[in-house]
Every structure is written in structure tokens, then in C-alpha cells.
Design a protein around this ligand. Structure first.
Ligand code: HEM
Length: 427
């Protein structure tokens, strides 16, 4: 057993039992971060902050929310919004955070793509990040169901029926997911369970894995420079701080991060106070009515790009049913970023502006394509968007739909293989 001596204070007493000084070194004061990074590297800490806000505001909402189809709508729209002191504030903070967190996730993902931070030993960081993205998406969707408004109900109807297109097991699977033959009370209660228990627990475990997977390869830097962290850390400890390429996470790096978090929070609270409506669809202030389908059903802005892929393939190709084709496209679109580190065939880790012209063009086209998909995903499939009997948005929207797959499965491997060959390196 470890030697226990008379403690010199509370910190020493705890340290003798839990080795907190060592933990503090490993996680904070001797966790080394490159100096050469910019504000985009603060997105991870902003995401942590947003998750904390979602968790805390969620706890307050949970005290009054009723997961019952007869009570849910009123518990949100009357009890929380009008009767509970500051209930409106908790709800607006929760809804705005749920929306803004996706904006930051997309910035974080595209920063990693721009700087090539998903390869050369950083594949596990990327994979755990993608799993976080998928779990956050499931949490966003299940949360959207809880107020039991018209959009909650019909979004649940559309998304759960997607599973019906899976061969053989599809129809039974839909009943199993809904807990009934149609979207109803058991559906609401199981999505409630997912939203408040299972998904947050999985998210916390994945955040742990994401941070742990940063340990060995360390954080990338603005030039993709590969240096010896131990050597640079030694320089820092030997008081050659200017010469060293690293700084400790605590208290130096975190102070920079917290500054960016502070600026972000000003923007966030501005939205909470003055523009919360962008995170809440007006149709969702109408109670769920299974007899009345809204003319235009669409998801929150952060799902529009994959929703557009789902509906973009709604025509018959080679006898495959449109629904099945849309579903296949949707499933691939949501999972394809998982294999990004292997679709990029070049060993180069550098910012896009220092890589081959092909990669540079690919990056901006990819970003543009996702924005175009998002815009088309919101356009209603009726009204002025029809010329004669032709849904023009369907056909224009099909360009970024198909472009998405061409960019990822054809253009990216080609430009990166060419980049590798130009360097004369083998992979
Ligand atoms: C949603 C919760 C997430 C949290 C809390 C989180 C947190 C962090 C933190 C703190 C860092 C280190 C500093 C930084 O680069 O910002 C980081 C790095 C990284 N994250 Fe995330 N992240 C999340 C989601 C994601 C997603 C969705 C992806 C992409 C699929 C991703 C991919 C990465 C990569 C590749 C790095 C390494 C960056 C580098 O080495 O420069 N993360 N993350």
C-alpha cells in the first residue's frame, strides 16, 4: 500500500489518496498545445461549453416537461413558457444552443478538413468526432419531437417511416421504433428516454474518447508541421519559452480559448434574447394533429443538406423504387464522412491553401455543395417552384445531390492520388 503521512493541507490529503497533482500535470499544466494555431482551434472548447449549457438548461426543462401526448404541448408552451419563472429563458437557451451547436460542429469539421487534421495518426480523433456528430444529430431530432407540435409529429412520421424502406425487416422495424402502428404516445416516451438519458450518456463517453484520442497524435497546427512534442516541451520547461513551439494547456492556452468562448457567448446570448425564433419553427406552435399534414414538412436547418439528398433521389432509376434510392443516398451521405481519412489518398498534412490546386478546388466546391444542398432542402415542393407540371427545384437540386457523391467518391481520391504522385511518395 502507498505510504500515507500526515497531510500538509486538504490538497495534500486528497493528493495522497487520488494523485491529483499528477492528474493536474497530465491533463492541464503539462498537456502541450502548439503555439501556431488560430481561433478556429477554439471550436472544440466552444462545443464543450455548448454541451454544458444544453445539459444544464435541459435539467431545468425536465423539471416541468411531461412526456405524454396529451400533456407535452401544454407543459412546454404554457407551463414552461408562461407559468414557470424564467422558464422561457431556459427554453430559449436550450433551443438556440441546440441550433448553434451544429453551426460550430460544421465549422469544427471543415476546419479539420481544411488543415488535414484527420490523418497521420489523427484518424481516431476524426472517427470519434463523426460519432459525436451522429449522436448529436439523433439528440437534435429526438429533442425536436418533445414539444409535440405539428412539426414534431410530422418530422417523426417522415423520419421513422424512412426505416420502412430497409428490405425484409423494414415494415416491422418501423413498428418497433414507433412502439405502435403509428406515431403515438409510446413513440414520444421512447424518444424522450433517448433524448434525456441514453444519448447524453453516449455523448459524454464519446467526448471522453475524442479527448483521449488527441493525446498521442496531439493537436495539429496551422502549417501541419510535424515536430517532437517532448523536445519542445523540454525547451519550455528549461525556460526557453520563446524558442519552444508549444505552450501548456493550463493556464496559457485556455486563457486564449476562453477569450474566444467569451466573444461567442455574446453572439449566443444576443440570439437567445433577440432572435430565438430562428431556432423554433412557427408551425411547431400548433399542437400535433395526425389528421392534418402540413403542406411543407422540413427539418431544422442543420439537417437540410441530407434531407435534400433524401428527397433529391425521388425518381425511379433502373427500376429501384424512389423511396429506396433516396434512403440509400441519405444513409451514405450521413456515414460517408466517417471514411474521409481513407478517401483522401495523399499523405500531405497542410492547410488547403498550401496543397495542390486540385485539393484547394475540391475543398471549396465541397463547402459550396453543402450550402447549395441546405438551400434546396428548404424550398417547398409546390407553388412558384413549379413550371407547368415540372418541379424545377427538384431538377436544380439534383445537381448538388449528385455533385456531393461525385466530389467525395471520385474527385477527392483523384486529386489526392495526383498530389501523392507529384510528391513521388508511396502510401
Ligand atoms: C460535438 C462535440 C465535440 C467536441 C466537444 C469536440 C472537442 C474537441 C476539442 C476540445 C479539440 C481540440 C482543440 C480543437 O481543435 O478544437 C478537438 C479536436 C478535433 N476534433 Fe473535435 N469535438 C467535437 C466534435 C467533432 C466532430 C463532429 C469532428 C469531425 C468529424 C471532430 C473532429 C476533430 C478533429 C479532427 C480534431 C483535431 C484537430 C487538430 O488536431 O487540429 N470533432 N475536438
Amino acid at each position: 500500500m502507498a505510504e500515507i503521512r500526515k497531510a500538509e493541507g486538504i490538497a495534500d490529503w486528497i493528493d495522497q489518496r487520488l494523485a491529483i497533482k499528477k492528474l493536474d500535470k497530465v491533463l492541464m499544466t503539462e498537456y502541450w498545445v502548439p503555439k501556431n494555431i488560430n481561433f478556429l482551434w477554439a471550436m472544440g472548447v466552444i462545443l464543450m461549453t455548448m454541451f454544458a449549457i444544453l445539459f444544464i438548461t435541459g435539467l431545468f426543462l425536465l423539471m416541468y416537461y411531461k412526456p405524454d401526448t396529451k400533456l407535452a404541448f401544454d407543459s412546454v408552451n404554457y407551463t414552461i413558457m408562461q407559468e414557470v419563472h424564467y422558464g422561457w429563458l431556459w427554453r430559449q437557451m436550450h433551443a438556440v444552443a441546440a441550433s448553434v451547436v451544429f453551426l460550430i460542429i460544421y465549422i469544427h469539421m471543415f476546419t479539420a478538413i481544411y488543415y488535414g487534421s484527420y490523418k497521420r495518426g489523427r484518424e481516431m480523433i476524426w472517427l470519434s468526432g463523426m460519432l459525436l456528430f451522429m449522436t448529436f444529430s439523433a439528440a437534435g431530432f429526438s429533442g425536436y419531437m418533445l414539444p409535440w407540435g405539428q412539426m414534431s409529429y410530422w418530422a417523426a412520421q417522415v423520419i421513422t417511416s424512412i426505416f420502412g424502406a430497409i428490405p425484409l425487416i423494414g415494415p416491422d422495424l418501423v413498428i418497433w421504433i414507433r412502439g405502435n402502428f403509428f406515431v403515438s404516445d409510446p413513440t414520444l416516451t421512447r424518444f424522450f428516454m433517448l433524448h434525456v438519458v441514453l444519448l447524453p450518456v453516449i455523448i459524454m463517453a464519446l467526448i471522453g474518447l475524442h479527448f483521449y484520442s488527441l493525446r498521442i497524435p496531439h493537436v495539429n497546427n496551422q502549417d501541419g508541421e510535424d515536430f517532437d512534442f517532448d523536445e519542445e516541451a523540454q525547451k519550455y520547461k528549461d525556460n526557453k519559452k520563446k524558442e519552444s513551439k508549444v505552450i501548456p494547456f493550463w493556464p496559457i492556452f485556455i486563457s486564449k480559448d476562453l477569450f474566444v468562448v467569451g466573444v461567442f457567448l455574446i453572439f449566443y446570448f444576443y440570439l437567445v434574447g433577440f432572435h430565438y425564433e430562428f431556432a423554433m419553427d412557427p408551425i411547431n406552435f400548433i399542437p400535433a394533429n395526425y389528421m392534418k399534414t402540413p403542406t411543407h414538412i422540413y427539418p431544422e436547418w442543420y439537417f437540410l443538406w441530407s434531407y435534400e439528398i433524401l428527397r433529391g433521389f425521388f425518381f425511379d432509376i433502373a427500376g429501384i423504387k424512389p423511396f429506396t434510392l433516396g434512403l440509400i443516398g441519405f444513409a451514405i451521405a450521413n456515414g460517408v464522412f466517417l471514411i474521409l481519412p481513407w478517401l483522401d489518398r495523399s499523405p500531405v498534412v497542410a492547410p488547403a491553401h498550401k496543397r495542390s490546386t486540385g485539393f484547394k478546388i475540391w475543398f471549396w466546391l465541397m463547402l459550396l455543395d453543402m450550402v447549395a444542398l441546405t438551400i434546396f432542402g428548404k424550398v417547398p415542393p409546390n407553388g412558384i417552384y413549379f413550371i407547368g407540371k415540372t418541379d424545377i427545384t427538384h431538377w436544380f437540386g439534383f445537381i448538388p445531390d449528385i455533385g456531393f457523391f461525385i466530389l467525395l467518391f471520385i474527385m477527392l481520391p483523384i486529386v489526392t492520388i495526383r498530389e501523392r504522385k507529384r510528391l513521388g511518395g508511396a502510401r
